[in-house]
Design a protein around this ligand. Structure first.
Ligand SMILES: [Mg+2]
Length: 343
């Protein structure tokens, strides 16, 4: 038997090494919920809930109170039948990070019972992935310094946060490109631009010969037409992040032909919607990246296993654990600079 006998939520706060500044938000710490699921075989599965109020309207204090509701929903169910449990947990659709952490803890418990890593349960498509690292907003000088450091440490994909000041943003991306030749760039405006500003940004940089691999969420989440306008009036591939939370969001983005890329984050979709989005985007010939919120190594472990198991992602933006102070590393993976594989 592999029946769930207990579910436990534990609040955990992690400080950032330095405040993380993106459009409209500066984070100094990340408060997450560690999820522990126990089965009648005495096995424990671990997951992490890392909510974003900015993206999903989720407050960790409210989510913490859902422990009882989750218990009532899944205690007595068998982790071997994890798809049945996923369906029950899909009812928590308005708290997708809870869905993510609990669904993953179920997979982790099953994986421990059969002594097979989660990425094999999901298909074992890849043995290794490479993550980017992110340069948060700061002065131009500090951003360039940070990018050079990241690049020199062996990270070949650099994610650059922009969106609060068009002129400065153009300059900073230009300067970083000059100093990190050979790197690839993901530029994320976190909804900071109007469609016209986004096109201006892309045109100026393109004329300067700078290649950007992904231009992420230039406009507000609800502006699907804006995304489409930018997609067809500029050269860089456009990605939806804040616009793409559930599988229904992605279905609409596909129908509207609004973007080239989807940024999947488990905390926006849970594991079940993430798997559905992967199949939908593959079918529609869209490309995928995987990102994170404020996960510790415990939460990044979830995305690493999904990424390796499904092999679905062109870019991996799984670096939040590198920005947070942790007492101990909790991932079941090994990381050497950008390269990540399962132990
Ligand atoms: Mg983003």
């Amino acid at each position: 038997m592999s029946k769930i006998v207990n579910v436990e939520f534990k609040l955990r706060t992690y400080e950032y090494y330095k405040p993380f500044h993106i459009t409209g938000s500066i984070s100094e710490s990340s408060t997450n919920i560690e999820v522990v699921i126990e089965t009648d075989a005495g096995v424990k599965g671990y997951g992490e809930i890392s909510p974003s109020f900015r993206v999903n309207g989720e407050k960790v204090e409210a989510l913490y109170k859902l422990e009882e509701a989750v218990k009532e929903s899944i205690i007595g169910m068998d982790v071997k039948e994890y798809r049945k449990i996923f369906e029950v947990l899909d009812r928590f659709f308005s708290t997708p990070s809870v869905k993510a952490g609990v669904q993953y803890a179920v997979l982790d418990a099953f994986s421990e019972e059969i002594e097979t890593p989660v990425y094999y349960l999901l298909g074992g498509l890849k043995e290794e992935i490479e993550t980017d690292r992110t340069v948060g907003m700061d002065t131009i000088e500090n951003m360039v310094k940070e990018a050079k450091k990241i690049f020199s440490e062996g990270f070949n994909v650099i994610k650059i946060k922009v969106g609060e000041n068009l002129r400065k943003d153009i300059e900073v991306v230009g300067e970083i490109a000059k100093e990190t030749k050979g790197a690839k760039y993901i530029v994320d405006a976190n909804m900071g631009y109007t469609p016209k500003q986004a096109i201006e940004f892309a045109r100026v940089l393109y004329r300067r010969g700078i290649d950007i691999s992904v231009f992420e969420q230039p406009v507000v989440a609800s502006d699907i037409e804006g995304l489409k306008y930018i997609r067809f009036n500029s050269t860089y591939p456009v990605a939806a992040d804040e616009s793409a939370r559930s599988k229904y969001d992605v279905y609409r983005l596909i129908k509207e032909e609004a973007v080239d890329f989807i940024n999947i984050k488990l905390m926006k979709s849970g594991i079940s919607d993430a798997l559905a989005i992967i199949e939908m985007t593959k079918t529609a010939n869209l490309q995928l990246m995987i990102g994170c919120m404020g996960e510790s190594s415990l939460g990044i472990n979830q995305s690493v296993n999904i990424a390796l198991g499904t092999g679905a992602f062109v870019f991996h933006d799984l670096d939040s654990h590198l920005m947070l102070k942790e007492n101990a590393f909790r991932g079941k993976f090994k990381q050497e600079n950008a390269k990540i594989k399962i132990l």
